[in-house]
Design a protein around this ligand. Structure first.
Ligand code: CDM
Ligand code: ATP
Length: 297
């Protein structure tokens, strides 16, 4: 008996970052959109907790108990007084350490899969609580669609979206550490008054209307200057995407994946081709959103 859950990647269409809090985290206005690049997490009973991973980036995924999927299984097991004796198999298609919440997706996937396998019957609220303990992005991986995340990004309000948005993602050679990018944000804003993060009205309206041109004018990522300082060649990738006709080009979350909004599937395919040919990224992927969150297959 095994259970498989499919979980999407995310792009942050707006990431407004406040000043560092006493606990080191930053308050956010984080507008998430789930996009159709997926990991699949399969769990099956085993002698003991074990993780394997397949896919082009598999070598960069930890297979010990630091893997977020393992931690998710352990937390659910502990809560229900059982042992997490499962084999977790991750079929990884989401770029690793790319700012697309790949690890978070696997955590949400493992949680939903173990809940189904063990018949724990945890409520949605309970699952969301465990997600928030595992990481700021994990609750969104569970719910998908589009949502505004406040607090450190874990408190979600679903957002209405009036259409499908077409994206290209340029995967960089190498990764960026999320804490390092937030740390660089702190360094760059030292001595500066950082405003309270707030979602942009124009951006929420553009999402609700399904209007790609209006969304392109409103997308914003406060972590972008920090990501560019740590990974300067991303400026060349962004320029190549703009030149290829992207409506907007921005760093995805903490990077180094960059995201390009297209005005339809045809132009997305052309932008992806141009980005690949530009030699400024490792590969380019096309994906549309919103799509649902963690889903049992
Ligand atoms: C950049 C984003 O991906 C945008 O969605 C997220 O804010 C990061 O979410 P995540 O990877 O789930 O992050 P977590 O695992 O919760 O935190 C990792 C580290 O990122 C920094 N961090 C994260 C979220 C937040 N609101 N403020 C922070 O300063 C902290 O240094 C923290 O120790
Ligand atoms: N299941 C997992 N898949 C990938 N990386 C994982 C996983 N569990 C733990 N990690 C560790 O987490 C680090 C960040 O990987 P991940 O792919 O989640 O980054 P990310 O997409 O930048 O995350 P986010 O967008 O949420 O900040 C990796 O370098 C790896 O060491």
């Amino acid at each position: 008996m095994s259970v498989t859950v499919r979980v999407p990647a995310k792009v942050n269409v707006q990431l407004a970052v406040g000043a560092a809090r006493p606990d080191g985290f930053h308050d956010l206005a984080n507008v998430f959109l789930a996009v159709g690049l997926y990991d699949e997490v399969t769990v099956a009973p085993a002698e003991e907790l074990r993780i394997t991973c397949e896919g082009p980036d598999a070598a960069r995924v930890p297979l010990d108990r630091t893997n977020l999927a393992a931690r998710a299984a352990e937390r659910l097991a502990r809560r229900y007084g059982r042992t997490p004796d499962v084999h977790i198999r991750i079929a990884k298609d989401i770029p690793v350490a790319g700012g697309m919440a790949g690890g978070s997706a696997d955590a949400a996937g493992a949680l939903v899969a173990c809940d189904a396998l063990w018949g724990t019957g945890a409520s949605r609220e309970e699952l969301l609580e465990i997600c928030a303990e595992l990481g700021s992005d994990v609750p969104f991986s569970l719910v998908g669609g589009a949502a505004l995340g406040t607090g450190r990004g874990e408190r979600l309000r679903p957002l209405e979206v009036g259409g499908t948005f077409h994206w290209v993602f340029a995967v960089a050679d190498g990764g960026l550490s999320t804490p390092a990018v937030y740390g660089e944000f702190d360094r760059l804003t030292r001595g500066v008054e950082v405003p309270e993060p707030a979602a942009s009205r124009e951006l929420l309206d553009a999402l609700a209307a399904g209007d790609a041109q209006a969304l392109a004018a409103a997308v914003a990522n406060d972590l972008q200057p920090a990501a560019l300082t740590l990974f300067p060649s991303l400026a060349d990738t962004l320029a190549a995407g703009r030149e290829a006709g992207a409506l907007a080009a921005l760093v995805s979350g903490s990077g180094p994946t960059t995201a390009y909004l297209a005005d339809g599937p045809g132009s997305a395919a052309r932008i992806a081709e141009a980005l690949t040919a530009s030699g400024t990224c490792r590969t380019a992927r096309v994906a549309a959103g919103p799509v649902p969150g963690a889903t049992l297959l």
